[in-house]
Design a protein around this ligand. Structure first.
Ligand code: NAP
Length: 248
């Protein structure tokens, strides 16, 4: 049987590690050619490519800081120039710079908004004209339960992730008539470098707030992204799907 994403080209931002790597691997398992974007972690991105190639998939690593509008434009031109089309865009790249609002530095606010929210705008802005021309495509933005519920100590991050939901819903309305689906996935507390960096006490408190009593895995998130990237979700757009063990 043909794989669901055979013949598709997918760009996954921040795919060298964590949730992005799991998404890249899952899309490749479903048959997509995956462009593994990275910013600082070139070696890890090459590991993602090697992992995909180890099970017979096809992937390529491309470095680009998603917060840089012109660099994103060049990345998109390079991909379209080489593969002629892009069918799936997963905006996964994200950073945290946590602090209480009274202590939050302006540069930490800007860095988080520039990467998490403007980064998604940048890739969507450059890729949507190709999606419109080909009258189809899937855009999946990785938001967070912090963007749905808010979270003390994460005003910048929550604002970026809530903004991503607004971006998702608006672009979904703009592109729906051309068969382009735009959805957001909001993970809860997922076991990656991002959450490993938290103090043990904060991790325990976060796990205690999860009805299922455990952290999620990057693969838990990748499964729903693969569903939203494929044909089975063709009539779903403008949605936010929480993958959070019941947190929200
Ligand atoms: P992670 O392990 O810290 O990985 C972050 C990824 O983002 C890395 O691959 C990193 O690439 C990339 N990135 C950061 N800045 C970038 C930039 N300017 N340009 C391109 N790539 C950039 O985090 P994660 O847990 O896998 O998180 C992935 C996404 O899920 C993020 O959007 C995060 O906000 C979201 N999320 C995570 C959780 C969680 O509990 N872990 C919960 C909800 C939502 P380089 O290393 O190459 O710089």
């Amino acid at each position: 049987m043909e794989k669901e994403l055979a013949g598709k080209v997918a760009l996954v931002t921040g795919a060298g590690r964590g949730i992005g790597r799991a998404i890249a691997c899952e899309l490749a398992k479903q048959g997509a050619v995956v462009i593994v974007n990275y910013n600082g972690s070139r070696e890890r991105a090459l590991e993602t490519v090697a992992e995909i190639e180890s099970f017979g998939g096809q992937a390529e690593a491309i470095g680009c800081d998603v917060s840089d509008f012109n660099a994103c434009g060049k990345m998109v031109e390079d991909i379209v120039g080489k593969y002629t089309h892009v069918d799936i865009l997963v905006n996964n790249a994200g950073v945290t710079r946590d602090n209480l609002i009274l202590r939050m530095a302006e540069e930490d606010y800007d860095r988080v908004l520039d990467t998490n929210l403007k980064g998604a705008f940048n890739t969507i802005r450059h890729l949507s004209r190709y999606f419109l021309k080909q009258k189809g495509g899937k855009i999946i933005n990785i938001s967070s339960v912090s963007g749905v519920l808010g979270n003390a100590g994460q005003a910048n991050y929550s604002a970026s992730k809530a903004g991503l939901i607004g971006l998702t819903k608006s672009v979904a309305r703009e592109l729906a008539s051309r068969g382009i689906c735009v959805n957001a996935v909001a993970p809860g507390f997922i076991d990656t470098d991002m959450t490993q960096a938290l103090p043990e006490k904060s991790r325990e408190a976060a796990v205690a707030a999860i009805p299922m009593g455990r952290m999620g895995s990057a693969e838990d998130v990748a499964q729903i992204v693969a569903f939203l990237a494929g044909k089975r979700s063709d009539y779903i757009t403008g949605q936010v799907i929480c993958v959070d063990g019941g947190m929200t």
